[in-house]
Design a binder for this molecule. Structure first.
Ligand code: SAH
Length: 216
């Protein structure tokens, strides 16, 4: 790993070691090393940026724990050399979008809360990466017109698998999402195959709900 010298690099290094020891994909751990999480939260909370904790990002939304994000991204990359187009549902702070820019050719990310969309747009524009597009919209509809996605990752939990996500997934694509079962959530992976989709139950989950419509 290249050495990045800033006030947080030691804490970031410890977090990456933890993610590595949890068995996450080395490409994912490398992305966590490259992206400064403290740039995606309120300055007052920056001292907690590299702890394995959920942090508030305003508008009653949260930035997921690093270990949960790393697990989702590891599942997305599982058995795959390279992901081309990836759709992210729930841009939020833009942190996971930034991680994804290092893991695929192009990221398309949809956020329904205008305030978060604007903050994330501003932050991500200040990064070196250019291979992403953001949209203010209802993620239940996915993002059509791009082509089919190799990967779809949701940071908000719907009560069913939205039809549009399956329609927009490529024939070998993979969808990783927290599914809301009413009184609990499960992280699931849906692998598309020529003979139909196969769903794998991965872990318990605890995400914000996936809500319809845009919030100005
Ligand atoms: N990946 C984000 C996590 C944000 S929390 C990050 O790294 O910060 C989940 C986000 O999903 C919230 O910002 C919430 O507003 C958004 N969301 C919920 N339902 C949505 C929908 N239908 N379409 C788009 N975004 C949605």
């Amino acid at each position: 790993m290249a050495v990045i010298r800033d006030a947080n690099s030691e804490a970031r290094h410890r977090l990456c070691q933890k993610l590595e020891s949890q068995g996450n994909d080395s490409r994912v751990v490398e992305a966590f090393w490259k992206v400064a999480r403290h740039h995606f939260i309120e300055p007052a909370l920056a001292f907690r940026a590299y702890e394995d904790v959920t942090l508030p990002i305003g508008y009653q939304q949260t930035l997921s724990r690093p270990s949960v994000v790393a697990h989702q991204l590891t599942q997305l990359l599982k058995d795959r050399d390279r992901l081309r187009f990836v759709l992210e549902i729930g841009t939020g702070s833009g942190y996971q979008t930034a991680l994804l820019t290092h893991l695929c050719t192009r990221v398309y990310s949809v956020e329904r809360i205008e305030g978060l969309y604007k903050i994330a747009s501003h932050r991500l524009a200040g990064m070196g990466q250019r291979n992403f597009r953001l949209r203010l919209g209802d993620g239940f509809e996915g993002w059509s017109g791009v082509g089919r996605y190799d990967g779809i990752v949701a940071a908000a939990s719907p009560g069913h698998i939205p039809e549009a996500w399956l329609e927009q997934l490529s024939p070998q694509g993979v969808l990783v999402m927290p599914l809301d079962l009413g009184n609990s959530q499960r992280m699931i992976r849906v692998d598309n195959h020529a003979d139909g989709a196969k769903t794998t139950d991965l872990a318990t989950a605890n995400f914000v709900p996936c809500l319809s419509g845009v919030q100005p």
